[in-house]
Design a protein around this ligand. Structure first.
Ligand SMILES: [Zn+2]
Length: 377
């Protein structure tokens, strides 16, 4: 399916808008008297907001590339099409998500229930087919769909992917040295992100990334930045970069902003999707640690942790979090963000949180207590 390369919002019209409206109607999100088919009107924006909320996307009522692809994914039901592994262009959709959830439930492990048909899904399908006495070609066609419908899970409970992710953390051990962490400074290049009080989100993110990189390097962690100072790769390239480094963790750095100058605070996001209960359990734990360390060490308002399906969180193979550290559009937060000493505190909080992911419960410290000199290197 050709994706319209653009951003569509209220007031827009034309062929691409007609296509979006059509898709929303087929999903049952836009009904009853919506007969102006090629105009992005209030009803369209309302339907898009509802869809975004349901899917853990940024709720802005605007169709950008990510919302577009999520709308596109949503139309597939398991059995609608042949599912096979295309390395150059992996299939994605709700049918893949349903397939992965079903395989997982049956004990055929996929790396993550993320709606993307990659090599791990192909392996799980092949394994399932072998067990069912079907031709084991890794491609889901009519006979495999039928077998999937027929068979009941043998045991329930204990999501295998979550258990495996936790086991990987345990096996990695508490020492920081030898681990690899990707730090992803948000925006960059022509994209400055939010701006306010003489601050630019892209600059703050890069500066923070350098501070974290220095501290991690001192503990023996291989730290990679996903972009250079003046570069602004897209989210998919950043995720691909993180995957190539085979990192243990990925931390994406942003600051927030708002038209409302009173909006303020820090929030951390991890991969999660209410559909089929697909959540990165280590990602959620990591997000909680980062969020609590920053809240304990600074006076930023606690805007808590949330599950999202943003590409950087969904397409990275390792546990990943995205931080929105304060609002550059808020007087209090921007004053903090402008202060190099504050940035050091945030960098230290993040490094400590990385350490705590790997500390077994008996070695873990209370939030806000662990110092850089006490890390297990
Ligand atoms: Zn941002």
């Amino acid at each position: 399916m050709e994706s319209p390369h653009g951003v569509y919002r209220i007031g827009d019209r034309g062929e691409a808008v007609a296509e979006i409206v059509g898709k929303l109607q087929r999903l049952g999100l836009l009904t009853g008297g919506h007969d102006v088919y090629d105009v992005y009107d209030e009803a369209t924006a309302h339907a898009v907001r509802g869809f975004q909320q349901q899917r853990g996307l940024m709720i802005d009522g605007i169709v950008g590339p990510q919302t577009y692809s999520a709308i596109d994914d949503a139309r597939w039901r398991l059995g609608d099409r042949l599912l096979t592994y295309v390395p150059t262009h992996p299939l994605s959709g709700d049918d893949v998500l349903a397939l992965q959830a079903k395989l997982q439930e049956l004990g055929f492990a996929v790396a993550r229930v993320d709606g993307i048909f990659a090599a791990d899904t192909q392996r799980a399908v092949t394994e399932f087919q072998r067990n069912m006495g079907l031709p084991a070609d890794g491609t889901c066609g009519p006979s495999t769909f039928k077998a999937l419908q027929r068979i009941r899970p043998m045991a329930t409970g204990g999501r295998p992917d979550a258990l495996r992710a936790r086991e990987a953390v345990r096996a990695a051990g508490p020492r920081l040295s030898g681990k690899t962490v990707v730090i992803d400074p948000g925006h960059g290049g022509f994209d400055h992100g939010w701006e306010g009080y003489g601050l630019r989100e892209s600059d703050i993110a890069y500066d923070l990334a350098s501070r974290i990189e220095g501290r991690l390097g001192a503990t023996g962690v291989r730290a990679y930045l996903s972009r250079g100072r003046d570069q602004g790769p897209d989210e998919l390239s950043r995720a691909a970069f993180a995957n190539e480094t085979d990192a243990n963790l990925c931390v994406s750095l942003h600051t927030d902003g708002s038209m409302n100058p009173e909006a303020q605070g820090v929030a951390t996001y991890f991969y999660g999707n209410d559909l089929h209960g697909a959540t990165s359990s280590v990602g959620e734990q990591f997000a909680g640690l980062v969020q609590r360390e920053i809240v304990a060490r600074t006076d930023l308002l606690d805007c808590r942790t949330h599950a999202k399906t943003w590409d950087l969180l969904r397409r990275t193979k390792m546990p990943a979090v995205r931080l929105e550290i304060g609002y550059v559009t808020n007087p209090h937060d921007s004053a903090r963000l402008a202060d190099p000493a504050f940035r050091d505190v945030v960098a230290e909080s993040i490094v400590v949180a990385i350490q705590r992911v790997y500390l077994p419960p008996e070695q873990d410290a209370a939030t806000g207590m662990l110092r850089l000199g006490q890390l297990t290197v």
